[in-house]
Design a protein around this ligand. Sequence first.
Ligand code: GDP
Length: 367
Amino acid sequence: WTEGTQSDAENSLTELAALAETAGSQVLEGLIQRRNRPDPATYIGRGKVDDLGSVVFSTGADTVICDGELSPSQLRNLEQRTKVKVVDRTALILDIFAQHAKSKEGKAQVELAQLQYLLPRLRGWGETLSRQTGGSGRGGGAGGGVGLRGPGETKLETDRRRIRHRIARLRREIKGMTTVRQTKRARRSRNAVPAVAIAGYTNAGKSSLLNRLTGAGVLVENALFATLDPTTRRATTSDGRLYTLSDTVGFVRHLPHQIVEAFRSTLEEVGDADLVVHVVDGTHPDPEEQVRAVREVLAEVGADRLPELLVVNKTDAADEETLLRLKRLWPEAVFVSAYSGRGLDGLREAIEERLPRPAVEVHAVLP
Ligand code: GDP
């Protein structure tokens, strides 16, 4: 089901397929349903559920991934009707974040987001706590509903309570880790080192640009969300001033609010920057939509009031017509290719121009 136009739906579905592949799935087939609003019981509506059932049967698929957030009952109904596991976009994104979290803080943040997603969905489905915290694998689906009883209410209540305790604990832990980071941040600002945050849609080329600008060996992957834990590197301007460049969490459309919440402390770091370098993928079919999605998240963490430098990347692979259109749309933007290196000097200059100038020390020379 989709709210937008056909091509919005197709872009979103292509992205969903890329996300699924990032999570390690093999994508067999895509199905789009047009409706005015989601069906309350099955999300896609009765007739489409039958189509979906046939596709699942003929392809031998073992999972259905839905491009939207399903209510707990929609998810259950779909699993009962298709007899396979059903996952929604949010669960998929949470799964990828779980696979990519490396730091202690990142892992705690993902677990917090997963538990917050899980809590309202906890119903008697014979699940155990250990399975629920392990990612998007829920339900199991097969077997139909009749006679399949979940754990009794008491068991369910115990599970809920345990999850709430764990959530409270994770919140405390994350808060502790945030304090350490704030101390580091405070030290940096005392030293008056300007900070540049690289933001942008997932796969736009943030890590590649960070590597190019600082010569750092950051992991570059043609996968969504290679970047989860922020990386900070030092860079110097042509006149020798030091500044820092940080890569931030991948942004994606419909970023689950649990993620924004859990990663708030990480995302808020963007809000402390002196400049946001917003990287846009010039080869994407709808770069404007990506820019909107990123700005929405930036606004959520209060980073929308910072100076922003738009950088259109991948000009080596983008077509001329698109580039011309984007130049007209964003006359202030810098056009670069992290691959060929084209435009990087211009980008360095544009960053330098926008960095705050240090207070000038005047040494009076007495005669
Ligand atoms: P991030 O998710 O924004 O950090 O993006 P990455 O830096 O990991 O890059 C995502 C993908 O885009 C990788 O496959 C890169 O090789 C590719 N990429 C990055 N910069 C360019 C570029 O200038 N041109 C082309 N053609 N591909 C690029």
